[in-house]
Design a protein around this ligand. Structure first.
Ligand code: NAD
Length: 648
């Protein structure tokens, strides 16, 4: 790690949908100010008035004269209104121009700024101010202008039209990229910048496609916040110097200019900044970040060249001359007028910095965005969440392994065959879930947190509804072959109190490792249910369970064989315990010493479920049963978690 110096930015940030409407008044009280000058542009004036309602008389003035790039005359007018109204703070609601106007007031008055941004400009977390006089824009850094409080409310960005969303989002991405080589860079800004790039590139396509998609809007706003913090500390480098001249001298629109120029700056600088190239590449999942950013911008529908946003070709040479003196001395590669001319010509014409891979990545991202958008209106919200997450992860899977058409077809055939082999007595999909570990993962996610409760494990494919009831102490074997086995124990709550009347379903294999449903004769054997007695106790006779292979004559068996995995499960009994007021328990007990305990095909073994089965010689046995041959016995006490306990 290289030595570094870091002036950390302070200030309170409150982030989340609805925060502006629900939290502004409390946050203002918390700051201890009571006379606010509200600054906004004419477009946002009605929104600003609405947000100001809970503030009541604390808003002492409304300034709506905001203009882009903060002309000095506008700054003066706002300052004058602050003085006349006796404001003790400035509240800006709007984009970078409204924030910039509030900063201009703070610059000369020292009044604290509260910002409620509605774009992705990022200005709200930086100490940078800017003012224009005629064609000349002056910028500077002053900690007094950095807002003390920022409320990020993604709901306020929903109204941003697609073009502005794309441009403003790319502008944020430019802030992140630049933070890798700007003068104040440090490891912390690089961290924020890399994450900002990742989240922006991922969320922007959907936010542009469907502006009402709040998850994507939240992610982009979060990325913009990270971008602002990275930029606010690292400062500006080559990219901003170029955009500054293009915006100030030729009046090009701020965000679009950034979006167009960024790929060309990346193409010039990254060869001289290998660490930045690697980190930006990782964040964008590409080997060619410049091409990926250009493809992203194109995919978002942004104009490709500076000529498309009004720059004349005749101005390119002059622009290069104007930019050159501002190029930071420690730019990763030396850039003079000649290099700037080349860069500007390419950016003006919108020449591709591209390679085919980046175009391909954009094509794939567009498919995902389109499918995600198709679920945007799905209800209930949990369905939407499930569907979108499934799409996101399935698409990521296909992209990661570069799924071939043949593999896709194989997967379809596999699932089709799993469907065909499944019926009332054979459940291939549960088997599939089991051998892929999905069953145990789901159980783990939903495991009871109550200390001392019995652990769960897989339900498996052999549970059958409608098993026969057995009295306490009865025999569920019903003809199943195997050494008799006496099973007893208690069901209690986590305080040790017995639970009477709990329904316990039991099912297991016979000594040959088969469940009744695997025989073609329709028998019911080694399965049944009973209820705990008043003392919470249960007891029954059955047969000693045996290890067995899960059904491996179907597609799941092929999957195991191809992986060199065995189909065996260690010997066990299944229990399902249900009683009102408690979380249902689905579990097994495993026979201690079984040779397959550490290679269960379905990953179901848990240490606490391995139980000693004792062997007994012929003679008297429980329930007054005389045994003519050897028998075994096991005791297993179960503890149920209360129904209210949820997984964390
Ligand atoms: P902006 O504030 O001028 O907004 C652009 C346009 O979008 C305006 O017409 C505005 O009315 C409209 N708009 C804003 N929010 C909207 C919403 N939610 N829905 C619909 N329309 C909306 O520009 P900007 O892109 O937010 O910011 C650019 C300005 O900020 C530039 O002047 C730039 O120099 C400055 N800036 C400063 C810093 C800094 O650190 N000082 C950082 C970034 C940008």
């Amino acid at each position: 790690m290289q030595p570094f110096t870091y002036d950390a930015l302070t200030g309170r940030v409150v982030f989340g949908p609805g925060t502006a409407r629900a939290g502004l008044a409390d946050e203002v009280s918390r700051l201890g100010v009571s006379r606010l000058l509200l600054i906004t542009d004419t477009r946002a004036a009605s929104l600003a008035r609405e947000l100001a309602v809970p503030l009541g008389g604390r808003v002492v003035g409304l300034f709506t004269g905001v203009q882009e790039h903060v002309p000095v005359t506008v700054a003066e007018a706002a300052r004058q209104q602050a003085a006349e109204t006796g404001a003790d703070a400035v509240l800006s609601i709007g984009g970078g121009s409204a924030t910039g106007t509030a900063k201009a007031v703070a610059l000369t008055t020292g009044l604290p700024v509260i910002a409620v941004p509605t774009t992705y400009a990022g200005s709200e977390v930086t100490p940078v101010w800017g003012l224009t006089e005629g064609e000349r824009k002056t910028t500077g850094t002053d900690s007094r202008v950095r807002p003390r409080l920022v409320l990020y409310d993604p709901e306020l960005t929903v109204s941003l039209p697609p073009g502005l969303t794309a441009a403003s989002g790319l502008n944020a991405l430019a802030h992140c990229a630049e933070a890798f080589w700007a003068p104040g860079r440090n490891p912390v800004t690089a961290l924020a910048a890399a994450e900002g790039i990742r989240v922006l590139a991922q969320a922007l396509p959907l936010a542009v496609k469907d502006g009402t998609e709040l998850v994507a809007r939240s992610d982009v706003l979060y990325g913009a916040y990270l971008a602002g913090t990275a930029f606010g500390t690292a400062g500006s480098g080559l990219h901003h110097k170029i955009c500054h001249v293009l915006g100030g001298r030729y009046g090009l629109p701020h965000a679009q200019t950034h979006a167009i120029v960024l790929p060309y700056v990346l193409a010039v600088n990254l060869p001289g900044a290998p660490e930045a190239a690697a980190r930006i590449g990782r964040a964008l999942d590409t080997a060619d970040p410049a091409a990926a950013v250009q493809a992203l911008a194109a995919g978002l529908g942004l104009p490709g060249g500076l000529r498309d946003i009004g720059l004349r070709g005749d101005d390119l040479d002059e622009a290069a001359e104007l930019i050159e003196p501002a190029v930071p001395a420690d730019n990763p590669v030396p850039v003079g007028v000649a290099e700037l001319r080349t860069l500007l010509r390419a950016a003006w014409a919108g020449q591709p910095v591209t390679d085919e891979a980046a175009v391909q990545a954009a094509r794939e991202a567009a498919v995902t965005a389109e499918v995600l958008a198709s679920f945007a209106g799905a209800t209930p919200p949990r369905y939407k969440e499930l569907a979108q997450s499934l799409v996101r992860n399935l698409h990521a899977f296909a992209r990661e392994i570069r799924l071939t058409q043949e593999e896709w077809q194989f997967g379809i055939d596999f699932l089709t065959r799993a469907g065909h082999i499944t019926d009332d007595r054979r459940q291939e999909f549960i088997l599939l879930s089991d051998v892929l570990g999905m069953s145990m993962l789901t159980i783990g996610i939903n495991a009871p947190t109550a200390a001392g409760a019995t652990e769960s494990t897989v339900v498996g494919p052999f549970f059958v509804a409608g098993a026969p009831e057995t009295p306490l102490g009865g025999d569920i074997a019903n003809g199943a072959q195997g050494r008799p086995c006496y099973v007893s124990g208690t069901v209690t709550d986590t305080a040790g109190q017995p639970i009477a009347g709990a329904r316990i379903d039991i099912w297991q294999s016979d000594e040959d490792g088969f469940y009744d449903v695997q025989y073609p004769d329709g028998r019911t054997a080694a399965r049944g249910w009973l209820r705990t007695g008043p003392d919470g106790g249960y007891r029954f006779w059955s047969v000693h369970p045996a290890p067995y292979p899960i059904p491996d004559d179907g597609p799941v068996g092929e999957l195991l064989e191809a992986a060199g995995r065995g189909p065996m499960r260690p010997a066990h009994l299944h229990f399902r315990v249900v009683v009102p007021g408690y979380r249902p328990l689905v579990t097994h007990i495993f026979v201690a010493g079984d040779e397959y305990l550490d290679k269960d095909a379905v990953f179901g073994v848990k240490e606490s479920l391995i139980v000693e089965f004792t062997e007994h010689p012929p003679g008297p046995a429980p329930e007054g049963r005389p045994m003519s041959g050897p028998w075994s016995r096991v005791t297993f006490d179960m503890v149920l978690a209360p129904a209210a306990e949820r997984a964390t």
